[in-house]
Design a protein around this ligand. Structure first.
Ligand code: MN
Length: 254
């Protein structure tokens, strides 16, 4: 097996938000964890890309986090500026939770613009946030058709079983983290997702592992937790997730 072959996948992690962020980029390579380093503002893109240049296991997403859309609207021109340079787009999406609902119409406007850019250029892979907004996120994806030429990974999916079915039918992937698997109802829902669309993530540093902010090195725990969800052996699941990563990234290379 080549040394460039990953062992695990962390398809949604905020590497630039750790105090020792440069070490986190290095750790992904050392531990062979294929990582999608999402960003929350387009301003963060150049520095992240620079850090990832020497980290063959890290992809960087050009992001505009829905929770920051209102206060950072002046940065949208940077998003447009860097857009053609980035194959990965995220973190983007919608957040209708009470503390962010005030900016919801602006969030929708921005997310629509982003989806239109993706549909126009194609070949993108998006990591999408959809807190209390699954229906709207899927509605926009259906209407603006980024999936004709790009791929969408729903990060931390929190919708209903019917919405999960719709997302799967549309062709979405799902990146699953450990916190999604702590409640029985959520675990059961994850078990209904198509196995060939499952990726793993930590969403570090916004989740904890053993009372510390999760980091990519903690992602094997998600595989361990998925065993009982899918009734599969750990090793078999690990390989399945790597195969899914491969399929996703070769599919979207169009
Ligand atoms: Mn996130």
């Amino acid at each position: 097996m080549s040394s460039a072959t990953p062992r695990f996948v962390d398809y949604h992690c905020h590497l630039d938000l750790y105090p020792d962020y440069a070490n986190q980029f290095l750790a992904c390579t050392e531990k062979r964890i294929a990582t999608l380093a999402v960003t929350t503002t387009p301003r963060a893109w150049p520095r992240n890309r620079e850090l990832a240049a020497s980290s063959p296991f890290v992809r960087v997403g050009l992001g505009f986090h829905p929770q920051l859309v209102a206060e950072r609207s002046s940065e949208f021109h940077l998003f447009e500026k860097y857009f053609s340079e980035s194959r990965f787009i995220g973190e983007v999406g919608l957040d209708a939770s009470p503390q962010h609902y005030r900016s919801y119409s602006e969030q929708k406007k921005t997310f629509e613009q982003i989806l239109k850019l993706c549909a126009g250029q194609g070949g993108k892979i998006l990591s999408v946030h959809s807190v209390r907004a699954t229906r709207d996120v899927l509605g926009l994806i259906e209407r603006l058709r980024p999936l004709d030429s790009s791929r969408v990974v729903l990060h931390w999916f929190g919708g209903t079983k019917a919405e999960a079915q719709l997302a799967a039918n549309l062709g979405c992937y799902f990146s699953v983290n450990a916190e999604m698997l702590t409640k029985d109802a959520r675990r059961a829902l994850v078990g209904t997702l198509p196995l060939n669309r499952i990726l793993t993530e930590t969403d570090g540093p916004f989740t904890n592992t053993l009372n510390q902010p999760s980091k990519p090195a903690d992602v094997p725990r998600v595989i361990t937790m998925l065993q009982s969800v899918f009734g599969m052996e750990e090793e078999e699941l690990r390989k399945q997730v790597l195969a899914n990563l491969d399929a996703l990234e070769s599919e979207s290379n169009i």
